[in-house]
Design a protein around this ligand. Structure first.
Ligand SMILES: [Zn+2]
Length: 146
């Protein structure tokens, strides 16, 4: 029987992290760690911890079931949400190397230009628009012509 199994308080595997900043190990406890789990998209589940030595905060994604179970056994109660919020989702996508297209608000001038362009397209005869499509994979005529 190992030493860990003989002591009732330490019957679970040690739960710790190695700080990437100060490079020291520290135990994860309810005081320095929180668990955030999601009913939908559990790939965004994460632990937020603060290094005991340098106070640097860390976010860890990609939690294994064993990690979550061990954290719960060490008294860290998970916080459950149905969906990850945008900030968490963006952070997870960023960690996976996926960047989303930037979103910008349209200015009143942009909205006016778009509405004028839409009106222009509606007033163009169909054959004029479809004559410009040379790709054979695109249906060249509206259904009413067939
Ligand atoms: Zn540290």
């Amino acid at each position: 029987m190992s030493e860990q199994e003989q002591t009732p308080e330490k019957k679970y595997p040690r739960l710790y992290d190695n700080c990437n900043d100060c490079e020291q190990d520290y135990d994860l406890t309810p005081e320095n760690t929180s668990l955030h789990l999601h009913e939908v998209n559990d790939d965004c589940d994460y632990a937020r911890m603060t290094c005991d030595h340098c106070q640097r905060p860390w976010i860890m994604f990609g939690l294994s079931e064993d990690f979550v179970l061990n954290a719960v056994r060490h008294g860290i109660d998970p916080e459950f949400r149905k969906f990850p919020d945008n900030k968490v989702l963006t952070a997870r996508l960023g960690q996976l190397g996926i960047t989303l297209a930037q979103q910008h608000e349209l200015t009143p001038r942009h909205e006016l230009l778009i509405s004028v362009f839409e009106e222009t397209l509606q007033n163009c005869p169909d054959d004029m628009l479809f004559d410009l499509i040379t790709d054979e994979n695109i249906q060249p005529y509206p259904p009413r012509w067939i």
